[in-house]
Design a protein around this ligand. Structure first.
Ligand SMILES: [Zn+2]
Length: 242
């Protein structure tokens, strides 16, 4: 029998049999993992505390017939504050959705996990603008995936870019252009994208942007992550309606 110890977060819960649940975990060590949480629907079950969305902890499992069965769980970070209001819940669910889309099974996923848990933490502490956190998550995710937008030279004429150029963002060509194409962006938006994609991971959240520029950055980040992922993230529609 194989024993597993995994650090991660519950991103999805599926009902299974009469008393069990299947937890989909996003983990540092093994990427996306499904584990069976036996008996957790029964009252007073020892592991029911871990069978909750956003439970973040260290999970102990034993593998039987290639299926990990949960045997223990110790909480690392209490994220349940994320469920206190509907707006925060939508953003948090979207963060899980995006990361879950890019984290594969059996792939160590330290970079994405750190991005996810730091983003959720700042979202819960609510001193950061959730729109800006979403922009950071989107663009940084693209950089982790090796698909960051080009920000050092124009994607059309190859000239080096700086703040003095008239800049646009070309979704077709995955980067910034000085050739009067794409969506027009300010120097602040350009600098923000550049910072998010290239700064050391410990510094990506140290970012401020004029309020008037934030909607542009947000819209581009949504379109860009959907292009990289090749799918639409439905929760963005609900965030839009807030
Ligand atoms: Zn150009």
């Amino acid at each position: 029998m194989e024993y597993l110890k995994l650090k991660g977060i519950v991103c999805k819960i599926t009902e299974y049999k009469e008393a069990d649940k299947i937890l989909t975990l996003l983990t540092y060590e093994k990427g996306k993992v499904q584990v069976i949480a036996k008996g957790v629907k029964k009252k007073g079950a020892a592991l029911s505390h871990a069978a909750r969305l956003f439970y973040c902890g260290e999970f102990e499992c034993v593998c039987k017939n290639n299926m990990p069965i949960l045997t223990g769980a110790a909480m690392i970070q209490d994220f349940f504050g994320l469920t206190n209001n509907i707006e925060t819940l939508y953003y948090a669910s979207h963060f899980l959705d995006v990361c879950s889309c890019f984290i594969q099974a059996e792939q160590p996923s330290g970079d994405i996990m750190s991005l996810l848990l730091n983003s959720l933490y700042l979202l819960m502490k609510s001193n950061s603008d959730p729109l800006l956190l979403t922009c950071i998550l989107h663009f940084r995710m693209s950089a982790i995936e090796g698909a960051a937008p080009v920000t050092d030279f124009c994607v059309e004429c190859n000239k080096p870019l700086d703040d003095n150029c008239t800049l646009g963002f070309s979704l077709e060509q995955d980067g910034v252009t000085c050739c009067k194409n794409g969506k027009g962006i300010s120097g602040a938006v350009y600098q923000a994208i550049n910072h998010i994609c290239t700064a050391d991971s410990s510094k990506i959240f140290f970012l401020s942007i004029p309020k008037t520029d934030l909607p542009v950055l947000y819209e581009l980040s949504c379109k860009y992550i959907e292009k990289i992922a090749g799918r639409h993230f439905e929760i963005l529609d609900r965030i839009e309606e807030l």
